[in-house]
Design a binder for this molecule. Structure first.
Ligand code: SF4
Length: 327
């Protein structure tokens, strides 16, 4: 993957939301949801991002394309250009290259617009096509995502969940993006439909040369689609490696616990499940030292006070882990 060049580079990204509590000047105290995350996404790869709900993975994805209104610090470079400091107008032009597919296909589609109107609006806003040319392009898009051209005049409520997600995918690829953030794109769908959507995403990646950041909590899905996988815990990446390496040789105790929960597909095959203590703490109650220490089955005394750094586990720097066991 590294030979293919870096498409997106994220350095020390931090994302804050205003909290309910107020400080001495009456200003809301910020809540930090993403806490100093750095990673690269290589051209043409799928980087999976996994972790429990509330770990900050969706917030991270949304911050990359400036969705919502959090305070974001750190550096983001896209195709070698630093984009974190650019103005919103300049960013809008770039936004065409960076799209998002959402978890809830129904909620993300305008119920008052037909598929044709919705996709036509996207093509118009981005100055790609209008009129008959747009109609032709929309029909091509429907073909590409496996929907009947007859659906042009239908509304979102007339489709099944899987079909709606296909519309969401058509909307994302309509502007010829290079990079797509897939935010839990199949978690709201039936299992039988999930694999169809995942295979569609894989086909589109191959045919259109797309690069994905694939956010999910289902580790089996992530393993199937990802070239590399990053594991997030309480706003930080705690392990990142090639997908095969991470699933065969997980190093961080949290990754091991997550993987131990995947059912063994072999008949009669058994796996020892690693149970974690308690629930994921909220961003207002981040533990000291290694933030995983209250739940870690192999925590040591120093884990309470010393914060581990994400550093290479093997010599080629591909596998990185943040745990004092390896420092
Ligand atoms: Fe567990 Fe300590 Fe490693 Fe944190 S640093 S994951 S508490 S062993």
């Amino acid at each position: 993957m590294k030979d293919q060049g870096v498409l997106l580079s994220v350095s020390d990204l931090r994302v804050y939301f205003p909290g309910r509590k107020r400080g001495i000047m009456g200003k809301p105290l910020p809540i930090q949801v993403v806490n100093g995350v750095s990673f690269d996404v290589y051209q043409g790869e799928t980087l999976g991002l996994v972790g429990e709900s509330g770990c900050g993975k969706t917030t991270l994805g949304r911050a990359l394309i400036r969705l919502g209104h959090p305070v974001v610090t750190g550096k983001i470079a896209f195709q070698g250009q630093e984009i974190s400091g650019i103005g919103n107008r300049e960013f809008r032009t770039l936004r065409k290259e960076m799209q998002m597919i959402f978890q809830d296909p129904f909620g993300s589609l305008n119920p008052r617009l037909t598929v044709g109107q919705m996709l036509g609006e996207v093509l118009l806003i981005h100055g790609i096509a209008r009129g008959k040319v747009a109609r032709k392009r929309i029909e091509e898009l429907l073909d590409v995502v496996g929907l009947n051209r007859e659906y042009f005049n239908r509304y979102p409520h007339e489709f099944s969940g899987g079909q709606r997600q296909r519309i969401g995918i058509a909307r994302a690829i309509a502007v010829n993006p290079k990079f797509i953030i897939c935010d839990e794109p199949v978690s709201a769908l039936d299992v039988s439909i999930q694999s169809q959507i995942i295979n569609l995403l894989k086909d589109l990646q191959r045919d259109l040369g797309l690069t994905y950041l694939f956010i999910a909590h289902d580790l089996s899905v992530v393993e199937y689609i990802s070239d590399r996988v990053a594991v997030m815990y309480l706003g930080k990446i705690v392990e990142i490696a090639d997908s095969t390496e991470l699933y065969a040789n997980p190093k961080h105790p949290y990754t091991r616990a997550l993987l131990s929960a995947i059912p063994n597909p072999e008949p009669g095959g058994k796996k020892e499940r690693i149970l974690l203590n308690g629930d994921l703490p909220g961003p207002l109650h981040i533990p000291s030292g290694c933030s995983f220490h209250p739940r870690c089955p192999v925590a040591m005394a120093e884990c309470r006070n010393r914060e581990p750094k994400l550093q290479k586990y093997n010599s080629n720097n591909v596998h990185q882990v943040s745990c004092l066991l390896y420092e």
